[in-house]
Write a protein that binds this ligand. Structure first.
Ligand SMILES: [Zn+2]
Length: 428
């Protein structure tokens, strides 16, 4: 099979080097060269004339809920059957790849095996989608986030409920048996569950430690919903890989996270709260006023303070998380980039590196997430300059070409008239 030669694109390698005009060559599933001397064209190459286009690594959604689609209440997660929801998960995967997300680091799903099933279909080439580390159910404890039961009305919620280390061990093993890649614990409370607000920590250290040990024993990753200071400290001490939200922090926690920065990833998932306070969820009853009662302004203030400090300390942040609600479509996760710049103090190039290089590392690869010779060819072409205007990555419209492992996933490029070898260019 011939190579793909992308010519005269503005290459953003996500290595720390500046973006520069150059050629990029893909052969098989890997990048052969990125920048440097102009590529020599061979007879069986496919050439993309990419002058004016921005070429960057594919992005990673750092906290994926593939099966969330128009969710307005937990009932929307609980009531539909797995058979119905697997279609939503497949649509979520397609929306991500079309928006330039070539990887999805799973948080949790509405049912146990939705992301597992979609991952396997995507890997078999039967469905469009990113590389997927499949999440399963959230694992929580009695009375905490996701426990929808009452003594007079026992019912199934969106989480699996365990108490004590033996139940925890069994739940994690069951997730591993069913093919889940990413275990997720609900360590802290949450503003959507008033009896356990965000600063509370219903799960014990022992439960978290056993969950982490078990997940790692099966070669899986473990992540945590953790907004509270104590919960986040438990997670770092217990060996949790991914910390989600992490709004509250004190000096000790910041030091602990800095010390652990080469083994943990942190996903602020700021979109949901920012959207509520911007009034974007008002049509669904979640007005800024309701957000005020839920203490969301304080959570946002703490998010800005904590993640700005974590940025300075070199923490590996990822973008995305908690998209798929009634007011936030799958595939718009790139909106987080602007928040990273405006509120956490990242430069646009650094924010893009969170979305790409950090994402590739979180996915568990050492050859993913940058444009360099030898790396996997997960890359996108953007009709616009994200470094000047991050909104070009806020949806699929400006993402004109997506490649994953050297295979074309999306292309709105058109053939150039009269060219000998296949030459593609952006549509007018
Ligand atoms: Zn989430």
């Amino acid at each position: 099979m011939g190579r793909t030669v992308i010519r005269n694109a503005r290459l953003f390698p996500a290595t720390g080097a500046e973006a520069a005009i150059g050629d990029l060559v893909v052969e098989g599933e890997r990048i052969v060269s990125a920048g440097g001397a102009p590529a020599q064209i061979r007879g069986d190459d496919t050439v993309i004339e990419a002058a004016g286009l921005f070429c960057m690594p594919g992005m990673t959604e750092g906290h994926a809920h593939l099966s969330f689609e128009n969710v307005c209440a937990t009932e929307d997660l609980i009531t539909p059957s797995p058979e119905t929801q697997v279609f939503a998960a497949a649509r979520g995967a397609r929306a991500l790849i079309e928006a330039g997300f070539t990887s999805a680091y799973g948080a949790s799903e509405a049912k146990l095996k939705l992301a597992v099933a979609v991952r396997d279909e995507v890997n078999a080439g039967r469905l469009p989608g990113p590389r997927i580390r499949a999440g399963g159910l959230e694992i929580s404890v009695t009375g905490a986030m996701g426990d929808e039961s009452k003594a007079h009305n026992p019912r199934v919620g969106p989480s699996t409920i365990v108490d004590g280390v033996e139940e925890m061990r069994r739940a994690v093993r069951l997730h591993c048996r069913e093919g889940v890649d990413n275990i997720k614990l609900d360590v802290s409370g949450d503003p959507f569950y008033p009896s356990t607000p965000a600063h509370t920590t219903p799960m014990t250290f022992e439960e978290i430690r056993v969950a982490a040990e078990t997940a790692h024993a099966y070669g899986r990753k473990i992540n945590a919903h953790t907004r509270s200071i104590e919960g986040s400290k438990h997670c770092v001490r217990a060996g949790v890989d991914g910390l989600f939200h992490t709004e509250y922090a004190d000096a000790e926690l910041l030091d602990m996270m800095e010390e652990a920065k080469d083994r943990i990833f942190v996903v602020p998932t700021v979109g949901l709260f920012a959207q509520i306070m911007a009034g974007e969820a008002s049509a669904h009853g979640l007005t800024p006023e309701v957000g005020g009662y839920m203490n969301i302004p304080e959570l946002l203030e703490n998010s800005i303070r904590t993640h700005t400090e974590l940025r300075k300390r070199g923490i590996r942040h990822l973008i995305g998380g908690d998209y798929g609600f009634g007011w936030s479509q799958q595939g718009t996760q790139g909106r987080d980039l602007a928040f990273f710049v405006d509120h956490y103090g990242y430069s646009p190039a650094e924010a893009l590196a969170c979305a790409t290089r950090n994402g590739g590392m979180a996915m568990g690869y050492d050859d993913l997430g940058t444009l360099e010779a030898g790396k996997l060819a997960d890359l996108i072409l953007v009709d616009g300059d994200p470094l000047a205007d991050m909104s070009v990555l806020a949806g699929p419209q400006k993402v004109v070409f997506v490649m994953k492992g050297g295979a074309v996933q999306k292309s709105t490029l058109v053939a150039q008239a009269g060219a000998g070898t296949p030459v593609l260019q952006a549509a007018e």
